[in-house]
Ligand binder design. Structure first.
Ligand code: FES
Length: 163
């Protein structure tokens, strides 16, 4: 009798009891693993955060000739004759963030001195290409930038402008 356990009025052997306990443990561990797998495959990018689509603001908030930092998106909106560009602030050389220096009218990478103009074109320094772009669209008068995939380019072209 000491070898048996009483469950719902029935006695079961110690061996069977441990078998049930082991089976419950396996199911619990598998459930945890499946939960973690679902969490892993869920997209981690939230709407409005870097890596997703970000609304920069209304078109009129970006006057012609302005270069405006959108910090949460790590990009700048540059309003040029002919349209807008969303310039990724990450320097294509080694990845430092290149701020826009308003007084100089250029992006100045603090790491190795690469300089870029308002179109993102390389003026001087070690960068292998211009600043990368993010896809930009105008939705009901607002500028929406998709920060999921930067566009690498060899040079500025008018066709990159969005109006
Ligand atoms: S990281 Fe910008 S110039 Fe090197």
């Amino acid at each position: 009798m000491s070898e048996d356990r009483l469950i719902e009025g029935k006695t079961i052997s110690r061996r069977r009891f441990f078998l049930y306990a082991w089976a419950v443990s396996v199911v619990a561990v598998m459930g945890e693993a499946v939960g973690m797998l679902f969490k892993f495959i869920q997209p981690r990018v939230q709407e409005g955060a870097f890596g997703g689509k970000i609304t920069a603001g209304k078109m009129e908030e970006f006057p012609l000739g302005s270069v405006t930092s959108i910090k949460e998106g790590r990009f700048f909106i540059s309003h040029l004759e002919g349209g807008f560009l969303a310039l990724y602030s990450k320097c294509p050389h080694l990845g430092c963030l290149a701020p826009w220096i308003e007084g100089e009218g250029q992006f100045n990478c603090p790491c190795h001195g690469a300089l870029f103009n308002e179109k993102g074109e390389l003026l001087s320094g070690p960068s292998p290409r211009p600043l990368d772009l993010f896809p930009l669209e105008i939705v009901e008068g607002e500028i929406v930038v998709d920060t999921s995939t930067p566009i690498l380019r060899k040079q500025f072209e008018e066709s990159q402008l969005v109006s």
